[in-house]
Unconditional design. Structure first.
Length: 382
């Protein structure tokens, strides 16, 4: 295992996702500055999900074919630059464009970085992948805190501060030997079956169920982190405190994601997914009704419940498609997650129509559908 390249990829993942993670806090302030509706706020988050997730399989295909290792350092720098300029947006349209361009940098970074992690991890590829994934979850967790510090302490223009770590990581990665960025995957790693009857054996029903579960979870997750600071403001909690509660929600989710993967090896993937989808509605309901110090506890518990199945769904999809690991990863990390993010605009429409309070209740109960879909997942050791 090459520790320095892996560490740089870890920190790169942290900062790419932290740069995206400032968006909920920045949006709360832009909503006031540009007098935006909840729908318009949701559209911006939807744009980020469309450009950062849905097209990830395309960037992965391009980087595999052309071996474009520079996608990694440039993806980090580009995401930090475009999100750093977000606070300088003169109007709503420019904010939409900057967020959309930031998503492209993210989409270019993730699949090529995952390949680099595979190359530098040696025989400990599972451990390397876990470290990399934790970096992303940690990035999303600290993003609101970073955004709150920059925007609330120094104003919207302070988002440009994202460039400092971005530039440093860009330089450090370029100073490393380039083998881990240019190298090819070992022959036969992703070999695909030549069986002409393979499509007839394709696990359509369980794979579809897993993808739908991820879509529902992503809808709830993305909508919740978008509107939680605004929801808490409506309850009389200031934006700075709300952004810290969001960080607690995301940090707890990152920790639970690691444990959920470990637990699924013992009790099965489906059991962890179903339990996560059933536990979240209870905790989210208590969060909506709660007050005082309990909000901190319930924020962390809700995040842990929702994201406990994050890595489990990725592994499950790979186990369902052992001869198409790239396709499985693309479906979960890219298409399914990004498509779920489209629901953020729907959440914004609902908030404009029936109110943010009722919409939050709807989002709290949606994962129950994910638990029901878990019943369609069948397979050995699942």
């Amino acid at each position: 295992m090459e520790r320095v390249p892996l560490l740089l990829l870890f920190f790169g993942h942290v900062w790419v996702d932290a740069s995206q993670g400032i968006l909920p806090v920045v949006l709360a302030r832009l909503k006031e500055v540009f007098v935006l509706s909840y729908f318009q706020v949701g559209v911006i988050m939807m744009l980020l999900n469309l450009t950062s997730s849905v097209i990830q399989p395309l960037f992965g295909y391009i980087s595999d074919r052309a071996h474009l290792g520079w996608f990694v350092p440039v993806g980090i720098l580009w995401t930090a630059l475009t999100m750093g300029l977000l606070g300088w947006s003169p109007n709503y349209l420019s904010a939409c464009l900057l967020v959309g361009f930031a998503g492209l940098g993210t989409a270019a970074f993730h699949p090529r970085a995952m390949k680099a992690v595979y190359l530098v991890s040696g025989s400990r590829r599972g451990f390397g992948a876990a470290i990399f994934s934790t970096g992303g979850n940690l990035g999303f967790a600290v993003g609101p805190m970073v955004g709150g510090f920059l925007v609330l302490e120094f104003g919207l223009h302070a988002t440009i501060g994202l460039l400092i770590p971005g530039v440093l990581l860009f330089i450090f990665i370029l100073l490393q030997k380039e083998d881990f960025l240019k190298g090819k995957l070992p022959d036969g790693v992703f070999c695909q079956s030549d069986n002409r009857n393979e499509m007839s054996l394709f696990p359509w029903m369980p794979l579809t169920a897993v993808c739908l579960i991820v879509v529902l979870r992503s809808w709830v997750y993305t909508s919740f982190i978008t509107y939680l600071p605004i929801f808490l403001q409506s309850r009389g909690i200031n934006l700075k405190t709300g952004s810290l509660m969001l960080t607690v929600f995301l940090a707890s989710g990152a920790a639970a994601g690691l444990y959920g993967g470990h637990l699924s090896d013992r009790v099965g993937r489906r059991s962890v997914i179903v339990a996560s989808m059933l536990l979240y509605p209870v905790l989210a309901s208590l969060l909506i009704l709660g007050s005082g110090p309990w909000l901190w506890v319930l924020s962390g518990a809700s995040g842990a419940a929702l994201l406990a199945s994050f890595s489990v769904t990725i592994v499950l999809a790979q186990e369902l498609l052992p001869s198409h690991l790239g396709l499985a990863s693309g479906l979960i990390l890219g298409l399914s997650f990004g498509t779920g993010g489209l629901g953020t605009a729907l959440s914004g429409y609902l908030a404009d129509t029936v109110g943010l309070y009722k919409t939050t209740w709807i989002l709290a109960l949606v994962p129950v559908l994910g638990a029901l879909l878990g019943g369609f997942i069948r397979g050995k050791e699942i």
